[in-house]
Design a protein around this ligand. Sequence first.
Ligand code: SF4
Length: 386
Amino acid sequence: MSTAEIIARCEELYEDTTFAASRAWKEAVPGRKVVGFMPVYIPEEIIHAAGMLPLGILGGGDNLEVIHGDAFYQSYICRIPRSTIELGLTGRLDFVDGMLFPSICDVIRNLSGMWKLMKPGVYAKYFDVPQNYRDDIGGEYYQNEMQELRHDMEKLSGNTITDEALNNSIAIYNEHRQLVRDVYAMRSAEPWKVPSSEVYLVMRAGQVLPVEEHIVMLKEYLAAVVKEDKPIRDKCRIITCGSFCEQPPLNMIKSIEMAGCYVVDDDYMLVNRWLMEEVPTDGDPIKSLADAFLHHSADSSAKYCDTQEKVGQYLLDSVIKNKAEGVIFAAPSFCDPALLERPLLSAKMSENNVPHISFKYAENSGQMQPIREQAGTFADSIKLWS
Ligand code: SF4
């Protein structure tokens, strides 16, 4: 398969707000169930081990007209909860048997409550993650949370989740995480061959496809990119940071590239890269997942930071590792967690002489000219003066 064919398929999945691929998976075998989850991170392995499909819900994008959703929320919050309500009220998620709302901010917490009111009888849970990284405190707490989720998923699916099944799912997700890392590493090494918009679409496809199918897609994409022969342009290497859960419109990702930037790292769809190392597959799987979260997960802004010194270190490490020449902070409008973290991250970049700019977006932002101008001027200034 060529990259063009793979990207065309990903684009089709991206634009489909009816989730036809996930519906087809469910309809293929009677009794199958689908569990939706909001960004940023949940242990998908537990859903998978129960024989169900984890479905990443990333809002409505720029194709969905939000009418009912606006009535549920005040105007000064981000757009993803409104468009998710719209997806729910317009029947687009009527095939989803359960919804998980991972703890990321109060907006998502409130959305979980609204979902319960909107969809009585449909399983919905606000899933908490630890904010303490000691094994005997946060570790124990998180293991209990995951055991509760395991129990709920057993009840929902009607299947027992054995340790063996869970370890098997961890092994599959380990392979998936490695391939995701390979794609990001390839983009960092040869960004002229791996446009950021393609990486985004390929990663996004993984939110609606079964992990096994996405593994095949990632392998095909990596193999196809090797055969690509694209010219190297005189662009600067930048990192985009700050997306949390509301994703930018695809046009924004393309605009940054067209403005003269190679994006060599980003924090879109962190669920794919949250756990940074192989999770052991031969022990107590719940303990292994808890250990991985506590000690081997990405210290991005979306994770609670327990010491002041760690703030921004993950980003700085990425700048160094990916030889980035600058950082573009692009966060959703009204995203409190991202916008409160930004001054700290900016300060860290300034202390280390890393050029940076910032702007905001909404998933349905339509005007790309100002973004293109800002990103273009930023790229030029790096080329001329850095
Ligand atoms: S985009 Fe930010 S404010 Fe909105 S739901 Fe996500 S984390 Fe919360």
